[in-house]
Design a protein around this ligand. Structure first.
Ligand SMILES: NC(=O)c1ccc[n+]([C@@H]2O[C@H](COP(=O)([O-])OP(=O)(O)OC[C@H]3O[C@@H](n4cnc5c(N)ncnc54)[C@H](O)[C@@H]3O)[C@@H](O)[C@H]2O)c1
Ligand SMILES: O=C(O)[C@@H]1CCCCN1
Length: 314
């Protein structure tokens, strides 16, 4: 008879997950995904029409690692001023042989950190090495995690941020520990930037190709529905477009589907050396988020949790 699942809280996950462990693990997982060594269908999405949201189901199985996991994530388009959360996520880790649940853990920190870590991997592979200016569009949870990991692993001379409301920009400025320049418009934030992160809840384009410096790298993280946009057609058509999952982008990304842009490669193809990294060109990494990213993050959390428990019991 299998034991009861352990419950790992948001605070515990935050204490157990470090970018230093996460980044190499995610890089390895993206490579495996693109070598078709992972069973991970495109997210199943159920509309919650009454609440202007969606439930996403994200199962993953990596047979060679005995890793079976699923994330449940609800995400919403909230009214301006709403105090309800825009994303809520839970990650469930299972035993693939018995089928029992081993752990149920908070998915908020995992979602924030693994998404930012994958964007950082895209920048490591596709951004020009001498990059000096980073622009972040959006000031929510993902903006914070992206600020944290990008300033931790790269040495930008300036970090700029834009928010569509002054209050959100002020909240962001007071929540981060390093220097950041607030900008009054998207254009002011992105002109001359070497790296741009888009982490908004926009459903119409907010970043226009005419403002983007040739050779810049864009990590496009929002707009995860087939009719939602963050980037305009000019940028999508001029840039070399990479994605976490080609199939995911073709199913879920409004920026890819509606612009008609080609996805040149998956990030895993670059990691595997089967497709080149065009650092010299303008590049867009279209991130949708994948179950495999949650699965390897959850395994890291669970292994650390067991390690600390066994030390406590000694
Ligand atoms: N690719 C992935 O793996 C992944 C993972 C998690 C979240 N996301 C997406 O990233 C985006 C940000 O997520 P979050 O958790 O930081 O959300 P959040 O609600 O914490 O922050 C959203 C930000 O978007 C801004 N915003 C809202 N409406 C806007 C509009 N019309 N124009 C401009 N800005 C607007 C808000 O002011 C806020 O700064 C969302 O679109 C979310 O779905 C992607
Ligand atoms: O991969 C994820 O976790 C997110 C959830 C919210 C919508 C976009 N993708």
């Amino acid at each position: 008879m299998a034991g009861s699942p352990v419950i790992i809280s948001e605070q515990e996950v935050a204490g157990l997950l470090q970018y230093g462990d996460l980044i190499p693990r995610l890089q390895e997982a993206l490579g495996k995904f693109s070598r078709r060594e992972v069973d991970q269908p495109v997210r199943t999405t159920v509309p919650l029409q009454k609440h202007n949201g969606f439930l996403g189901l994200m199962p993953t199985y990596i047979e060679t690692e005995g890793l079976l996991c699923t994330k449940l994530v609800c995400f919403y388009q909230r009214e301006a001023g709403s105090t309800l959360p825009s994303t809520q996520a839970t990650v469930v880790l299972l035993d693939p042989e018995y089928g029992n649940v081993k752990a149920v853990m908070d998915g908020e920190v995992i979602t924030a950190m693994r998404t930012a870590a994958v964007s950082a991997i895209s920048a490591k592979l596709l951004m020009r090495p001498q990059a000096e200016v980073l622009a972040i569009l959006g000031t929510g949870k993902q903006a914070q995690s992206h600020y944290n990991v990008f300033t931790q692993i790269f040495s930008f001379k300036e970090v700029r941020v834009w928010s569509h409301t002054k209050e959100r920009a002020e909240q962001f400025m007071s929540s981060v520990t390093g220097p950041v320049t607030p900008c009054v418009s998207v254009e002011a934030a992105v002109r001359g930037a070497d790296a741009i992160v888009t982490v908004t809840r926009c459903t119409e384009p907010v970043l226009f190709g005419e403002w983007v410096k040739p050779g810049a790298h864009v990590a496009a993280v929002g707009a995860c529905r087939p009719n939602w946009r963050e980037l305009d057609d000019v940028l999508m058509k001029e840039a070399v477009v990479y994605a976490d999952s080609r199939e995911g982008a073709a199913t879920e990304s409004g920026d890819v589907i509606l612009s008609g842009a080609d996805v040149f490669a998956e990030l895993g193809d670059v990691i595997n050396g089967t497709k080149p990294a065009h650092r010299e060109k303008t590049t867009v990494f279209k991130s949708l988020g994948m179950g495999v990213q949650d699965a390897v993050s959850a395994k890291l959390v669970f292994d650390q949790w067991k390690h600390f428990l066994s030390r406590k019991l000694k």
